[in-house]
Design a protein around this ligand. Structure first.
Ligand code: ADP
Ligand code: S3P
Ligand code: MG
Length: 161
């Protein structure tokens, strides 16, 4: 299993798709699978049942993955110790994006419930999470100013090491 982790907008979903094509390996988009299982969008889960409900579903899903695949996680997957424990049994690749890159990419976003409102709040979430991504990762790929194809190629190189 290869887990892609990183902040919202770092490109986990985009790069998982690219990497899957390049390596000819299946990929799993966690957020989408949870949405399909629940029959609700993530935004609806947050507004109807709260963030903690989504986090429970995230952990349940993580535990249920069987197929050896490339997994695009949600940005908050590293928050729980239990999740980090599961990730630590596989290869974890952190897509490291600068704050500037994240803001540029998510400028138009209206889907992500934790990418809303006060910019300082969003920035402090970004800063709080940075060390956790770094501690959880086996490999760190800086993604700023790179195309998904370039990023996938860098990942392929470090997976061979
Ligand atoms: N390497 C990249 N260069 C430019 N834009 C990108 C890149 N990777 C992702 N994006 C764009 O950034 C946004 C967030 O990407 P996404 O893959 O959904 O990130 P994540 O899953 O980490 O939240 C999307 O609009 C996507 O098209
Ligand atoms: O960072 C987070 O806490 C979240 C990130 C989202 O996924 P992306 O990282 O793919 O945007 C999604 O799981 C949910 O909105 C919560
Ligand atoms: Mg995503």
């Amino acid at each position: 299993m290869i887990f892609l982790v990183g902040f919202m907008g770092s490109g986990k979903s985009t790069v998982a798709h690219q990497l899957s094509k390049d390596l000819g390996r299946p990929y799993i988009e966690m957020d989408e699978c949870i949405e399909n299982q629940e029959g609700l969008s993530i935004a609806e889960m947050f507004s109807q049942y709260g963030e903690s409900y989504f986090r429970e579903k995230e952990t349940e899903f993580l535990k249920s993955i069987q197929e050896d695949s490339i997994v695009s996680t949600g940005g908050g997957v590293i928050l729980s110790e239990e999740n980090r424990e599961i990730l630590s049994k596989s290869t974890v690749v952190y897509l490291k994006a600068s704050w500037h890159t994240i803001v540029k990419r998510l400028e138009e976003d209206t889907e992500r419930p934790l990418w809303k409102g006060d910019v300082e709040e969003k920035k402090s979430r970004f800063k709080e999470r940075l060390p956790i991504y770094e501690q959880t990762a086996d490999h760190i790929i800086v993604v700023d100013e790179k195309t998904p194809k370039q990023i996938a190629q860098e990942i392929e190189v470090c997976l061979k090491d």
